[in-house]
Design a protein around this ligand. Structure first.
Ligand code: NAD
Length: 507
């Protein structure tokens, strides 16, 4: 298959290299190169030299040098810069959508209508939030003192992002950090550096000073670990798998850094017997296939109360079978490829192993014909899998939905909570009491009722349990990138304070 639709020439655009340090692009100092591949066609898109430790050191130094001036600006000045940033992103929206679709294989419908507008809205949100840091009011909490709280930026933030939503992840990391006055070094995934580099260039175009946003594109164990352990970095913010997150936590803890982890997910989708069945079927297909299932909040485990079980399976299988796979640049395409052949093969291996203990209702195959040169995989529905099986418990990160029946509400909610993860979940019911119970009892950072997937700049995104801690988006994430300082003034102007009696007694 050929992608005639894309007009993004990555090799020319980033001919100078893929390291954006102190406002300039340069070549990486690692001995290894990496080639970005279009997963829809297998064509090479961009070959670049990976970042070495020296690039990380240079990026941290550039961020540290930019910190005093940037953190010294008023909130209003930072807000103005972020408003201009949002405007530049909006002007370049088409180019961002092409580049994101090209490097990830995402349908252009998705990048145009979700990834890119979401990113512009995030920039606008944090432009507003920059002026709205709230704190406890100043006051005489002790009769002899006046206290107030300062929220201060932390310093240089080191962030690491995954490949599934490269642009949005760059936005979620960079925007709250710089809105609060920090400077940042971001490492995108090696597979998908293009839109993070464009994002940093757009920041510069908006007048955000050189060194405030730096991008190093390197391998996890080499550049990533060096960034996390770097003594010049005050905070690590990581989004990725739980396994790598544990390693990142070890290194960050050893160097006593502030830590923010957004990790894996295995979202349950709980359908009670009074649910609108058609809405649940539509929601399950859209919620499990978004971004070809490579979404940490995707619907992955549908628990369906017994009376609706068979009809739900039939409806989902039918709708999945009509999903159109194809060229991501064709607006008629519903589902693009996986991000890479390795990811496609990993997903296929999960499904092959599941055949031994469960029923593959639809999908479960690598398509041939025109699609055979890309990393495509058919939408897949699996039924009759035991709760403790791999396909129910592990994060697959592909277009695969597993459906499991339940009898009582207690059982449905217990099963929903029965994985190590706790990122997102949904409950489908027309009964307000059931809905409230589900939102209370499901242990996840987000619970939708009668929908699954929507996110919004004003609301927090982040996990419970093995899905991590800390929030992206919203004022909660803004606060994560600040540290709280208590300032206390003596009001008495006497040398021997009242509390000194605890030292001097009654002398
Ligand atoms: P990954 O954990 O393999 O990689 C994530 C990032 O970490 C990449 O930039 C990678 O280069 C880097 N990395 C790898 N090894 C490292 C190391 N030893 N030290 C430092 N950095 C290292 O994840 P992925 O495969 O890129 O992305 C998919 C995962 O991300 C899924 O588990 C998904 O659930 C998760 N995710 C979570 C959220 C969330 O908000 N919770 C959002 C998106 C993706």
């Amino acid at each position: 298959m050929h992608n005639p639709g894309h007009r993004f020439q990555a090799q020319e655009r980033f001919a100078d290299g893929a390291q954006y340090i102190g406002g300039r692009l340069g070549k990486g100092t690692s001995e290894r190169a990496h080639t970005v591949v279009d997963p829809a066609t297998g064509d090479d898109v961009y070959t670049y030299q990976l970042a070495g430790r020296d690039d990380v050191d240079a990026a941290v130094a550039a961020a540290a040098a930019a910190f005093p001036e940037w953190s010294g600006r008023t909130p209003g000045e930072r807000s103005d810069a972020l408003h201009r940033f949002a405007a530049v992103l909006a002007e370049q929206a088409d180019e961002f959508a092409w580049a994101e679709s090209l490097q990830c294989g995402k349908p252009i419908k998705l990048t145009r209508e979700f990834d890119v507008p979401g990113t512009i809205d995030n920039a606008a949100f944090f432009a507003g939030a920059a002026r709205q840091l709230a704190g406890q009011s100043a006051g005489e909490y002790s009769a002899d003192h006046t206290s107030y709280v300062r929220r201060e930026p932390i310093g240089v933030v080191g962030s690491i992002a995954p490949w599934n939503y490269p642009l949005q992840m760059a936005a979620w990391k960079v925007l709250p950090a710089i809105a609060a006055g920090n400077t940042i070094v971001l490492k995108p995934a090696e597979l998908t550096p293009l839109t993070s580099l464009m994002f940093a260039e757009a920041a510069a175009e908006a007048g955000i000073p050189d060194g405030v946003v730096n991008i190093i594109t390197g391998a996890g164990p080499e550049a990533g670990e060096h960034l996390v352990g770097h003594p010049g970095v005050a905070m690590t913010s990581f989004t990725g798998s739980t396994g790598v997150g544990k390693r990142v936590a070890e290194i960050a803890t050893a160097t006593v850094k502030r830590l923010h982890l957004e990790l894996g997910g295995k979202a349950p989708f709980v359908v009670f017997d009074d649910a609108d069945l058609e809405a649940a079927i539509q929601g399950a297909v859209a919620g499990s296939l978004i971004n070809t299932g490579q979404d940490c909040t995707a619907a992955t485990r549908a628990y369906v109360q017994r009376p609706l079980y068979d009809a739900f399976i039939a409806g989902v299988a039918d709708l999945m079978a009509g999903v159109r796979l194809g060229d991501p640049f064709d607006r008629a395409t519903d589902l693009g490829p996986l991000v890479s052949y390795a990811q496609r093969d990993r997903v296929a291996a999960f499904v092959e192993r599941a055949r031994g203990y469960a029923r593959v209702v639809t999908g479960g195959e690598i398509p041939g014909g025109d699609l055979s040169s890309g990393a495509f995989y058919r939408p897949t529905l699996i039924a009759d899998a035991p709760q403790d099986s791999e396909i129910v418990q592990a994060e697959i990160f592909g277009p695969v939905l597993v459906v499991v029946p339940f009898d009582t509400d207690d059982e449905g909610l217990r099963l929903a909570n029965d994985t190590p993860y706790g990122l997102a979940a949904s409950a489908w019911t027309r009964d307000v009491f059931r809905a409230h119970r589900a939102t209370r009892e499901i242990k996840a950072g987000c619970v939708w009722v009668n929908d699954h997937i929507p996110i919004i700049s004003e609301m927090p995104h982040g996990g419970f349990k093995a899905s991590g801690f800390g929030k992206d988006m919203s004022v909660y994430s803004f606060e994560e990138y600040t540290q709280v300082k208590h300032v206390m003034f003596d009001n008495t102007a006497v040398a021997r304070k009242d509390w000194h009696r605890t030292i001097f007694g009654d002398r």
